[in-house]
Design a protein around this ligand. Sequence first.
Ligand SMILES: *Cc1c(COP(=O)(O)O)cnc(C)c1O
Length: 430
Amino acid sequence: MSDGPSYGFDTLQIHAGARPDPATGARQTPIYQTTAYVFRDTDHAAALFNLQEVGYIYSRLTNPTVAVLQERMATLEGGVGAVCCSSGHAAQIMALFPLMGPGLNVVVSTRLYGGSITQFSQTIRRFGWSARFVDFDDMDAVAAAIDDDTRAIFCESIANPGGYITDLDAAAKVASDAGIPLIVDNTSATPYLCRPIEHGATLVVHSMTKFLTGNGTVTGGVVVDSGNFDWSASDKFPSLSAPEDAYHGLKFHETFGPLAFTFHGIAIGLRDLGMTLNPQAAHYTLMGIETLSLRMQRHVENAEKIATWLEGHDHVAAVTYAGLKSSPYHDRVARICPKGAGGLFTVRLKGGYDACVKFVEALEVFSHVANLGDTRSLVIHSASTTHRQLSPEQQKAAGAEPDVVRLSIGIETAEDLIADLDQALNTAHG
Ligand SMILES: *Cc1c(COP(=O)(O)O)cnc(C)c1O
């Protein structure tokens, strides 16, 4: 299949990047379980090492199974290239690495996955980078947080755990006015529900561990590049615009144009940081993506039914699902995620912390795990787990207070999920 822009999402999620195997004709993408690739001759080897020819050297950098996944993700997100890596957290470091340096900062949303808040508020400081947390419902505050040392803006499209929707168009405008890229974590939405590049995002990152693979089997991440950013417009991004000593003074942007970020991610990021995705994991993720649209439709359908039912329950104080008419983000959903607000939301229980703990323990179909975006329905009490390291203020800003549980709605029979939630709510209040 030639990759025409005219193909629909359902066709591309199965075919983009994949061709029958040139050696055997195998229709399914083989798992190239190999570390190295034989060079045709020494000139071929030299050309590959000089980045004068694209090909396979060593699987820390490139692997044919992983390459199919990269092309598929770039296509589904509407980008020019993608770099896969070993986890969603690896993807966040890989996205920031070419942009940042000691003393530089990134402006990030207060509403993020708990692990991302920890990564940005604590761990990146070891690199001399820092993050400034801002409420992205106040775009003036986002703009005001940017200074000469800011190198990116980072937010989630549908933010974990509350189902908050970011106004990506407004964030992209602030970024572009400041001459810096907007990075969007699109994990909770997937490209089926939201395509951040169409709203002005420069880079899109994913934890492929979640909805993309879809059944809780592997960890993986990806950075997709829109190819739209002019890295040479200022002197802020020397890794991409200035001569690179490790490649005889090659300038990535001048040499690779819109693919500069992708080539840098492979030739420097994977080469030296080594956060490589293995071909087995790429295979599971490719399998998952083949049914992405079907699963996301059911995740959304079930989440809408369950959120509506929960909102009317006596023991429930509030439901954050942005797909509900009562949500302050209902209008934003229509613009940012027109096919639905995803499968993730939080529920505030009337009985507080104790009721939450009893509720989680009483659920039978829902599994109590630190994961989301599985075919199975999942539940977690964020305040005692994923958001445990955060201060009460950070928990509140992230929508993960002690009386809140997070649900990741699976694709089971909706009535079974409702019955399970009902019995657990009654037990928690018994
Ligand atoms: C899970 C998750 C991550 C981290 O991904 P890992 O694959 O677990 O490293 C980042 N962002 C969001 C929104 C997530 O849900």
